[in-house]
Structures are given as structure tokens and as C-alpha cells.
Design a protein around this ligand. Sequence first.
Ligand SMILES: [Ca+2]
Ligand SMILES: [Ca+2]
Ligand SMILES: [Ca+2]
Ligand SMILES: [Ca+2]
Length: 234
Amino acid sequence: MKRGILPGLVTFTCGLLLTSFLATAQTAYRNLSSVHDGAGAMSSGGTYTNWGASGQPGGIFKSTNGTLNNYAGFLQAADIKHPELDTDGDGVIDEISLDNDGDGLQDVTEIEGSGFNPNTATEVNVADSDGDEVSDGDEATAGTNPRDEDSLLEIVSLSTRGDERVVSWSARGDGTVSYLLMFEDAKSTGSPPSAIAVGTVAGGAAPWFETQATYTNTAPSATRIYAVEASPVP
Ligand SMILES: [Ca+2]
Ligand SMILES: [Ca+2]
Ligand SMILES: [Ca+2]
Ligand SMILES: [Ca+2]
């Protein structure tokens, strides 16, 4: 269940996306031969559907030829290629979009699960696979579990102790994520401009190393607004 919003903002530093989107949608292209030519079958067990095939290419494979992206085997027929759909509404149809849902993770990365440690597959056509209001791409940046709605970057408490302010947020404790505590002494609609470099934090247990980080801010103003920014350690 999504926890209540506490005072403070949560932001993310998204990584640079080396994605070459096409400016305009191209004529739909579909090549299903590698599926249809194989000895395949589809069966249903009531609550599930099983697709089987022989003679399919091993692993997940993608090749690019000019404006066409060719996904081998099942990926031709299952979730990836839809010439009639533009899931994220960016003007590039899913057929040729590298990132159908526009969450910052490419389709192949979502299927492989390679954007996360441990490897965790996410939905190709759903930007927020676990519905915690943080996109799959932002969860990859923050190192949180994209399949657990209780795993996300957020400020979990903000308390006053004498003339100090104690800020706590959910964090990943294996040293792979670095944090900035940002603040501003006025009402703001964007990320506060001042920042304290907290760096990495320690704690939590494998595989997700979920823990809490705490920072004590001395002599803050009465109206200080806080945000936490996460970025992967290079
Ligand atoms: Ca995506
Ligand atoms: Ca997704
Ligand atoms: Ca999510
Ligand atoms: Ca999550």
C-alpha cells in the first residue's frame, strides 16, 4: 500500500538516455516469420496462457536496420510490437519505439530486467509496474524494487528536536546509490535549489538493501522545504 505523503518532496536524477527516437512514425513493418515458421503452440490453463515454440533464437535479441527494429522470436508477436498503438503518446508507434511506455527503460531492458540489481523484469507497456507512483525508470535510478509498491524513494519523517530538524528517507544501503538532501526556505513548486551532499548510506539486507538515511539539519528556518535526490554511483 502506498504510504501517506509526508512533508517534503522526492525527486530523481534520471540517467542520460541514449535513445534515438524517430521524429515521425514510419510505415508499419511486421515480421512474424520467425514465430510462424517455428513449431509453436499456445495453450491455456484457465488463469494463464502458455506460448511454446521450437527453433526460436536463443535469448532476447534485437537488431536494427535503418528505421526498423527487429526483435527475434516471441518478441515479434507478444508485447513489444503494436503498429496500431502508441502507448506513451510520443508520436512513435510501439512497432518502432525503443521505449513503448516512455518510462526511461528500453523495451529489451525491461524484459531482461537488467536495469535493476537483482535482475527484475518490468512491464514493457506499463510505465509504473507496481503502481507506487514512481516510474520503472525512476526506480532503476533510485535502486528500489519496481515490483514492490512499498519500495520507493520517499521522505518518511521530518521532526524538530530543539533547534534541529531531523530528516529521514528510504534509502538503499549497498553503496550503489548516492543522495543529495535539498532544501529551500520558501514555498517552492520545483526542486529546492540548495543541496547537502549526503553521499551513499550503509544498511539493509540483500537483495534490495532497504534502509533509512537520517540527516540532522542544525538551526533551520521554520518553513524549510526538503527534497531528496537519488543518483546511481558511477
Ligand atoms: Ca519502457
Ligand atoms: Ca515499464
Ligand atoms: Ca513503481
Ligand atoms: Ca516500487
